[in-house]
Design a binder for this molecule. Structure first.
Ligand SMILES: CC(C)(COP(=O)(O)OP(=O)(O)OC[C@H]1O[C@@H](n2cnc3c(N)ncnc32)[C@H](O)[C@@H]1OP(=O)(O)O)[C@@H](O)C(=O)NCCC(=O)NCCS
Length: 185
């Protein structure tokens, strides 16, 4: 079966994004990596109620299933002098505000039908960060800890979506790779 390619132009025809609530029916979601299914089922609501992560669900309009989800949190990253130059930041401090994609996963069944869902979720996170900048609170970067423990390929996925590795790696054991995307460059 030829997959439908989803992008920011056609996504509204097939999907809508809604934030997680106590009433959300999560059962339709199943990710190839069980850790990400379990997070949605067992931790996303608690994280929401503890105000430590806000989860967004992408619903398939045809089936009503959750095709993807992401959890967003506030973040801050330390930039080296050369990194600041690269992003043309003449800011006197090392720490720069960011918004982090703390979790991102696509439903395996949806991946069979659609291509580009992960990319669309990143674009949606970027839109949320831009709206946040305009209306509420500043964030220059989108950040992510690319989970290479479970799949080394995610590094390429984030690179294709404009993320670059951070000079300062917080997680020295390298189960994850700290990455950023400048939402204004
Ligand atoms: C990683 C994930 C979110 C990607 O979503 P997706 O909908 O498959 O990605 P897209 O279709 O938008 O892919 C965009 C590009 O990245 C590539 N890509 C996506 N996932 C990849 C992977 N795991 N390894 C290598 N390349 C990958 C695609 O081939 C595509 O490349 P192309 O444009 O050259 O064809 C999804 O596979 C997933 O849920 N994985 C399990 C959970 C996970 O690892 N989450 C990330 C945690 S940091």
């Amino acid at each position: 079966m030829k997959r439908i390619v989803i992008n920011s132009e056609n996504a509204k025809k097939y999907f809508y994004l809604e934030s997680l609530s106590e009433k959300s029916n999560l059962k339709s979601f199943s990710c190839i990596l069980k850790e990400y299914t379990e997070y949605l089922f067992n931790e996303s609501i608690r994280s929401m109620n503890d105000h430590v992560a806000k989860t967004w669900l992408l619903y398939d309009m045809q089936t009503g299933e959750i095709s993807a989800y992401m959890s967003l949190i506030m973040d801050a990253i330390k930039l080296s002098i050369s990194e600041k130059e690269l992003h043309n930041l003449k800011y006197p401090f090392r720490t720069i505000p960011a918004m982090k994609i703390a979790k991102l996963a696509v439903n395996s069944a949806s991946s069979v039908k659609y291509k580009g869902l992960g990319t669309f979720m990143i674009e949606s996170a970027e839109t949320i960060a831009l709206e946040c900048n305009i209306n509420y609170c500043a964030a220059r970067f989108l950040t992510v800890d690319a989970d290479i423990e479970h799949d080394k390929g995610v590094l390429a996925f984030y690179e294709k979506n404009g993320f670059i590795k951070n000079d300062e790696l917080y997680n020295k054991n390298r189960l994850t790779i700290s990455m950023k995307k400048d939402i204004y460059q």
